[in-house]
Design a protein around this ligand. Structure first.
Ligand SMILES: O=C(NC/C=C/[C@H]1OC[C@H](O)[C@@H]1O)c1cc([N+](=O)[O-])cc(O)c1O
Ligand SMILES: [Mg+2]
Length: 214
């Protein structure tokens, strides 16, 4: 039977990256996506912006919406201090299965909890089921029409505190116009756009960093 792109991406990691070396996993995926097959990872260019936001914040609790193959999961987890926790939600079971193996190959499974399911169903359960009260950082990279409803849901569930950071991928391409309008016009957020490019291309895209003001 024909393999899927995520399966081929995982094979590239197992072939070219060193077990237990997150940087080599990130490098292997970027090399695969540049030379073999494009895939919707945040990528190396936007990934550097992601790294700088994580490093500056030094978060203890992180939520990622949209794991895909685990590329940004590995980038973020690699920068977390000891005992910090990254919870990542993935709707697609095939993507989740690949991501678990990518995360394991990087040796970061201790810092990561991958939960399968729809973000709209899981977010209201986080406080009771995952022992997290609020998130220092949320990375939004799932279905683009879910960014706004899930942000409102996180507010309603008390998962954001004064100073929590939302970092959103793809605010230009594919685009999240309703989310962008919300965080840029709401008095409860201080927003900043980091101009970049769609992963592995010359097309404009960027990350929007929004601080929740409480
Ligand atoms: O749809 C995108 N991401 C959301 C992914 C949606 C699907 O994967 C995870 C989710 O459970 C769903 O099965 C996306 C799309 C492009 N793109 O160029 O089309 C670029 C990106 O960086 C993206 O994150
Ligand atoms: Mg993306």
């Amino acid at each position: 039977t024909q393999s899927t792109r995520p399966q081929r991406l995982l094979s590239a990691v197992q072939k070219n990256a060193t077990r237990g070396d997150p940087c080599s996993v990130v490098k292997a995926i970027d090399q695969f996506c540049r030379s073999k097959e494009w895939a919707m990872n945040v990528g190396d260019e936007k990934g550097c912006i992601l790294d700088s936001v994580v490093s500056e914040l030094n978060p203890t609790t992180v939520l990622e919406l949209g794991t895909y193959c685990g590329y940004s999961t590995v980038r973020i987890a690699n920068l977390l201090p000891p005992h910090a926790k990254l919870i990542t939600l993935e709707f697609n079971p095939d993507f989740a299965a690949i991501a678990r193996q990518v995360i394991a190959w990087s040796g970061l499974e201790e810092k990561v909890q991958l939960v399968e399911g729809a973000s709209g169903d899981l977010i209201p359960k986080i406080k009771q089921d995952f022992g997290v009260q609020t998130f220092d950082l949320v990375f939004l990279d799932h279905w683009k029409d879910r960014y706004l409803p899930d942000t409102k849901l996180m507010e309603a569930c008390g998962l954001l505190r004064k100073g929590s950071i939302l970092l959103a991928d793809n605010v230009i391409c594919p685009g999240t116009p309703d989310y962008l309008e919300y965080v840029r016009s709401s008095p409860r957020y201080e927003s900043q756009y980091f101009k970049s490019h769609l992963e592995y291309t010359k097309v404009e895209d960027g990350l929007e960093k929004s601080v929740f003001l409480g």
